[in-house]
Design a protein around this ligand. Structure first.
Ligand code: TYM
Length: 340
C-alpha cells in the first residue's frame, strides 16, 4: 500500500454468475482505477448467505469470481484481492458499527425492502433473516476497515454508501476524532444501471431466475446473440436514446457505448440508418468480442489451478491491514483493555 495514493475498496456478492451489468457498473472501473490507486477488491461471500444459498453454489462461486476478477484484468501485483470471510476482523467491526446504527435506518434501505418483500412472497411466511436487515453495516465495515477514499459501485449501491458515510460521521462525532475516513461513491456516468433484457425498467441482476434477462460473462457468442436478439424493445422502430419512453433500445445503446468507449450520442449516430435487427447484431458481436479475451484467460486460470495460492496471498495482505485498523478502533472506543 502506498500512503500517498487514494484507497479504493469494493466487492461483489457471490450469488449467481457475474453479469455484464456487474462488469460495466463495477469491474471495468476496478481495472481503470488500479493503476493510480491502492485497490482492495473482495468477493462478498458473507453477504451471499443473507439469503438462502446451497453449499456447493457458494463454494463454487468464490473461485469462479476470483478467477473472473483476474481474467477481467485485476493484477495481484497492484491490487489486494481476497475472500471476505478470510478476514475475521470484519465481523467484529460490523458489530461495532451495528451498535452505532438504528433499526429505522436499516429498515429504510430500498434493497432490504425489495428483498424482504420478495422473500415473503417466495416462502409465504414472515421469515426474514436478520442478516438481510444488517447487510448494509457489514458493507460499511468492508469499506471503513481500510479507510477507503472511493467505492466504485453501480447506482443501486448508492444508498448503502450514504449510510456508510452517516455511520462514520456519527462515530467520528461521538469519539471526537477521525475514527474513520469518510468515503465517496464512484458511479460510472454511463452504465451505472444496466437494465434487464426482458424487462428494461428493472436492473439486470445476477440473481434473476430467467437466463434470458442477463448476459453472463461466460456466455458463448451464440448465447449472447440469442439473448440480445430476444431482448425486449418497442414497436416504433426508431433508434433513439430515451430511457423513459424507450428503455429497451436505450439500454442496448448504453451497453454499446460503454463497450466501444464512445458517448451515447456517438452510439446513436452509428445506428442512424439501421433497424433494430442491425443494432442487435452489431451489439451482440461487440459484446462477444469484449468477453472473448476474458473467457480465454478465465478458462486458463481455472485449468492452471493457481487460484488457491492467489486467494491465500490476498487474505494475508488484507488481514494485515484489517488487524491494524481494528486495533486502532478498539483502542479509541475502549475495547482493548490491555492497551492504552
Ligand atoms: P452486487 O453483487 O449486487 O453487485 C456488484 C456490483 O455490480 C454493480 N451492479 C450493477 N451495475 C450496473 N448495472 C447493473 N445492472 C448492476 N448490477 C450490479 C453493483 O452496484 C455493485 O457495484 N452489497 C454489494 C457487494 C458489497 C460491496 C461491499 C460493494 C459488499 N460489500 C463494499 C462495495 C463496497 C452487492 O451485493 O453488489
Amino acid at each position: 500500500m502506498n500512503g500517498n495514493k487514494p484507497t479504493i475498496v469494493s466487492g461483489i456478492t457471490t450469488t449467481g454468475q457475474l453479469t455484464l451489468g456487474n462488469y460495466i457498473g463495477a469491474i471495468k472501473n476496478f481495472i481503470d482505477l488500479q493503476k493510480d490507486n491502492n485497490l482492495i477488491i473482495f468477493v462478498a461471500n458473507l453477504h451471499a448467505i443473507t439469503i438462502p444459498i446451497g453449499k456447493e453454489e457458494l463454494q463454487g462461486n468464490i473461485k469462479n469470481m476470483i478467477a473472473l476478477y483476474y481474467a477481467c484484468g485485476l493484477d495481484p501485483n497492484k491490487a489486494i484481492i481476497y475472500v471476505q470471510s478470510d478476514v475475521l476482523e470484519l465481523t467484529q467491526l460490523s458489530h461495532i458499527l451495528l451498535c452505532n446504527t438504528t433499526v429505522g435506518e436499516l429498515s429504510r434501505m430500498t434493497q432490504f425492502k425489495d428483498k424482504s418483500i420478495k422473500m415473503k412472497a417466495e416462502n409465504g411466511t414472515e421469515f426474514i433473516p436478520t442478516g438481510l436487515l444488517t447487510y448494509p453495516t457489514l458493507m460499511a465495515a468492508d469499506i471503513l476497515l481500510y479507510d477507503a477514499d472511493l467505492v466504485p459501485v453501480g447506482k443501486d449501491q448508492k444508498q448503502h454508501i450514504e449510510l456508510t458515510r452517516n455511520i462514520a460521521e456519527r462515530m467520528n462525532n461521538r469519539y471526537q476524532q477521525n475514527v474513520f475516513k469518510i468515503p465517496n461513491d464512484f458511479i460510472p456516468t454511463i452504465g451505472g444501471k444496466i437494465m434487464d433484457l426482458q424487462n428494461p425498467t428493472k436492473k439486470m441482476s445476477k440473481s434473476s431466475n430467467d437466463p434470458k434477462s442477463f448476459i453472463g460473462l461466460l456466455d458463448t457468442p451464440d448465447l449472447v446473440h440469442k439473448k440480445i436478439r430476444a431482448a425486449i424493445t418497442d414497436s416504433d422502430g426508431k433508434i433513439a436514446y430515451d430511457p423513459d419512453k424507450k428503455p429497451g433500445i436505450s439500454n442496448l445503446l448504453t451497453i454499446y457505448a460503454v463497450l466501444k468507449n464512445i458517448t451515447i450520442e456517438a452510439a446513436v449516430k452509428t445506428f442512424t440508418n439501421s433497424d433494430y435487427g442491425q443494432l442487435k447484431t452489431e451489439l451482440a458481436t461487440t459484446i462477444s468480442a469484449s468477453l472473448e479475451p476474458i473467457q480465454t484467460k478465465y478458462h486458463q486460470l481455472i485449468k492452471d489451478d493457481t487460484i488457491d495460492q492467489l486467494i491465500a496471498a490476498g487474505a494475508e495482505k488484507a488481514r494485515y491491514l484489517a488487524n491494524k485498523k481494528l486495533t486502532e478502533i478498539k483502542n479509541i472506543i475502549g475495547l482493548n483493555y490491555k492497551r492504552k
